[in-house]
Ligand binder design. Structure first.
Ligand code: 4AD
Ligand code: MG
Length: 464
């Protein structure tokens, strides 16, 4: 086989007047009266297609070229020349066209615009569309930018386990992992399932967060992060919740909540601006077709100084706003989307970090403030979107941590290794979690989280 050249490098002018081989999938074919066909080929390397001129002098013109339909796979060899036509700078004049695979009649991808529902039903083929090709490239670029951000600052990437026995967020939204026979599980004397006979000798789950583990590494190595899949069995069928999503979780030793907020702000800005630089063509498409004004709103976030207010001050703003709320707000309640939007879009008109949240609505590991009523937690909210990051300073005092564990009816013994960090050289430390798909929604302007991860898992759906 001839070495293939990516369409991206051909379109950037690197191969003008050279003979090259390209391989990809047909987007469209149009036959001209002048004795040739136009075939638009896409190979995934970039948003745009390469136009191939296929003359009827090709030996397989009638037998193959005239049968090419959207989705056929093709290898084409020919000279790259300046295009005579409008719409593209260069094109290929084909010397040979080899067809790898034709299309069965029931191919579900059409040239015409298709609904996102139809594309979800065909998640195995949707990366062949403009939107999903662009999503895949932006996702790849954003992941690279995240690693670069941390690597440049000396953070170590730590792989935390996906199977765990502890519930980090204490919300009881975990998937069980078991090899027991569900029809006939072993029972103990009390008649309950005997997990001593299970694979891990105890109940185990898919993790909701890598935080507890990554805290251990921060408290030995300083600055670390984990980036991997997490799982939540929360039965919420919304456009922002997935049962399996990716999370980035940095953790810093010798850092308080101010350091954490500084890192989060710098991180959001840098990952956005670096992704814009890596994917200008894809973002131009999202800006034009999916979310008009997208790039401007991203640039606005990059150039803004994020507002920082306490939860208590935020409640004051809501109460004094004169707004009619769908969910009435009072001190102690969690914020709803309408409140997040009010802060970022109406009141501050830029990203906002809300910190010092009520103890009663936050997990056990957050550091308790001197007032006893609030914890050192922070959420980063961005315009047109809402919460993108949740983080906190961690409780480094063993007696207070133990009290919190008890208050939440958790089992202290299960967390012995986490508690040990507070006994052996305890330090103030802080971190946060960014939902990668939430970032993707924000970056692309797509409106459903099912469309920014290749194969979404949601209640009732683990297809593909
Ligand atoms: O606020 P959360 O639950 O925080 C944690 O899990 C902490 N342990 C993080 C840490 O401090 N290391 O989740 C963090 C982020 C949210 O802000 C949101 O962006 C995303 O994860 N997220 C989800 N994304 C998609 N689907 C879901 N079901 C999500 N739940 C949370
Ligand atoms: Mg949160």
């Amino acid at each position: 086989m001839n070495k293939k050249i990516k369409i991206k490098s051909i379109l950037s002018g690197d191969f003008n007047d050279e003979i090259v081989v390209i391989k990809g999938w047909v987007r469209t074919r149009r036959d001209s009266k002048g004795g040739f066909s136009f075939v638009e080929l896409n190979d995934g390397s970039t948003f745009d297609n390469l136009q191939i001129i296929a003359p009827d002098a090709l030996p397989n013109y009638e037998s193959d070229v005239k049968k090419l339909l959207t989705g056929s796979s093709v290898e084409a060899k020919g000279k790259i020349t300046e295009s005579q036509g409008k719409g593209q700078a260069v094109e290929m004049l084909a010397e040979s066209i080899k067809v790898h695979g034709f299309i069965d009649e029931d191919y579900p991808m059409h040239k015409q615009r298709m609904s996102f529902e139809h594309l979800r039903d065909n998640a195995h083929l949707r990366p062949r569309t403009n939107s999903f090709g662009a999503v895949a490239r932006v996702r790849n670029a954003a992941a690279m930018s995240i690693h670069e951000f941390f690597q440049l600052r000396g953070f170590l990437w730590v792989s935390t386990p996906l199977i765990t026995a502890s519930d980090c967020e204490g919300a009881g939204e975990m998937f069980k992992v078991t090899t027991l026979d569900l029809k006939n599980p072993p029972l103990n004397e009390g008649g309950e399932v005997d997990f001593h006979e299970d694979f891990f000798n105890k109940p185990s789950y898919l993790t909701v967060s890598g935080q507890l583990n990554v805290e251990n590494y921060a408290c030995s190595l300083g600055d670390v992060y984990t980036f991997g899949p997490t799982f939540r069995a929360e039965n919420s069928n919304t456009s922002r919740h997935l049962a399996e999503f990716w999370m980035v979780e940095p953790e810093m030793a010798f850092a308080d909540l101010d350091d954490d907020m500084d890192l989060a702000e710098e991180f959001v800005k840098e990952v956005i601006s670096s992704t814009i630089k890596k994917c200008p063509r894809d973002l131009a498409f999202f800006d034009k077709r999916i979310q008009p004004g997208l790039i401007q709103s991203l640039e606005h976030v990059v150039s803004s100084k994020f507002a920082r207010i306490t939860y208590t001050d935020a409640i004051d703003i809501f109460l004094k706003s004169g707004q009619k709320w769908e969910f009435p707000i009072e001190w102690g309640n969690d914020l709803q989307t309408e409140h997040e939007h009010y802060l970022t879009e109406t009141h501050f008109k830029k990203p906002v970090i809300v910190y010092d949240w009520p103890t009663s609505i936050k997990p056990f590991y957050m550091r308790v403030n001197d007032d006893g009523k609030t914890v050192r937690a922070m959420d980063v909210l961005v315009p047109r979107f809402g919460e993108i990051i949740g983080g906190s300073q961690r409780e480094e005092r063993l007696d207070i941590l133990d009290k919190r564990i008890e208050e939440q009816n958790m089992n202290k013994e299960d967390y012995w290794w986490y508690r040990d960090l507070r006994r052996f050289g305890s330090v103030p430390h802080s971190g946060f979690g960014l939902g990668f798909e939430r970032l993707m929604l924000f970056l692309t302007g797509m409106s459903n989280v099912r469309d920014v991860i290749p194969f979404p898992r949601t209640p009732g759906n683990a297809r593909f």
